[in-house]
Design a protein around this ligand. Structure first.
Ligand SMILES: [Zn+2]
Length: 257
């Protein structure tokens, strides 16, 4: 073998060692990982690893498994809050401080006075804003609810690099502008609040909203099963459980899509 051939052979060996000659596994789907933490709380991890926690009501959430109540367990890059009710704001300020995550929400002055969240960890938003979070675009959309003591209720549509999107409705009743959310963001996965009288929207109304305005592939019921008097999985199965798109999760469970 002459010197040129030896050099070429060495180059091939080096490339193989670094994995550069490997072709990506064909058909390997990049997954969105969704973990339900109970009530409205979710951890969503993008295919590239951007970790986003929504409505982290954890330490006082009766539905959150004990091992997931420890805020040190989480390392989000972003914490999104849909409105300032305690069952949504929850541990958001403490979690942002501990993990140095950016807290995204509509301004909540009282909460910030109490929590003393450093300015650099807070990204104030309003309806229509878009926040770039790594490989995820977060669209802020309206919700039909209230938000005492401050701010206003919103939902979030997380748009991923492959074009898919996940819509966290927040706390809401059905509203006509859901048609615009479908037109603009066409969510593939909808996280739908269905707690009934004691705990938010009636499941029948939530299902009417989803079936009238959206064309999702997956619907994950949420905001139930935590507070007293809330819907149970059995109640919900009677209303929409036969639809194959409905995916019931258990608090603490992770599913990949
Ligand atoms: Zn709520």
């Amino acid at each position: 073998m002459d010197a040129k051939k030896i050099a070429f052979a060495l180059l091939i060996v080096a490339l193989a060692a670094t994995g550069l000659t490997q072709t990506p596994e064909p058909g390997k789907k990049k997954e969105i990982k969704i973990t339900w933490l109970g009530h409205s709380a979710f951890e969503i991890v993008s295919p590239s690893g951007t970790d986003i926690i929504i409505d982290p009501f954890l330490t006082k959430n009766p539905a959150t498994p004990t091992e997931l109540k420890d805020l040190a367990h989480y390392h989000p890059a972003y914490v999104l809050v849909t409105h300032s009710h305690g069952d949504h704001l929850g541990d958001a300020i403490e979690l942002a401080k501990m993990s140095k995550a950016k807290l995204v929400c509509v301004a909540m002055l009282e909460a910030f006075k109490k929590g003393e969240l450093p300015r650099e960890l807070f990204e104030g938003v309003n309806v229509g804003d878009v926040v770039k979070a790594g490989d995820v675009k977060i669209h802020v959309v309206p919700a039909m609810h209230s938000s005492e003591p401050s701010g206003r209720p919103v939902g979030y549509v997380l748009e991923f690099a492959d074009g898919r999107s996940v819509y966290h409705e927040g706390d809401t009743w059905i509203f006509g502008d859901m048609a615009l959310i479908q037109e603009f963001y066409h969510p593939n996965i909808i996280l739908m609040p269905v707690g009934a009288v004691a705990d938010g929207q009636m499941p029948q109304m939530a299902w009417l909203a989803v079936s009238r305005y959206f064309k999702p592939e997956v619907v994950i019921p949420m905001h139930y099963g935590a507070l007293p008097g809330s819907s149970t999985e059995e109640d919900l199965r009677k209303v929409f459980g036969k639809d194959p798109r409905v995916v019931f999760m258990k608090p603490g469970e992770t599913k990949s899509f």
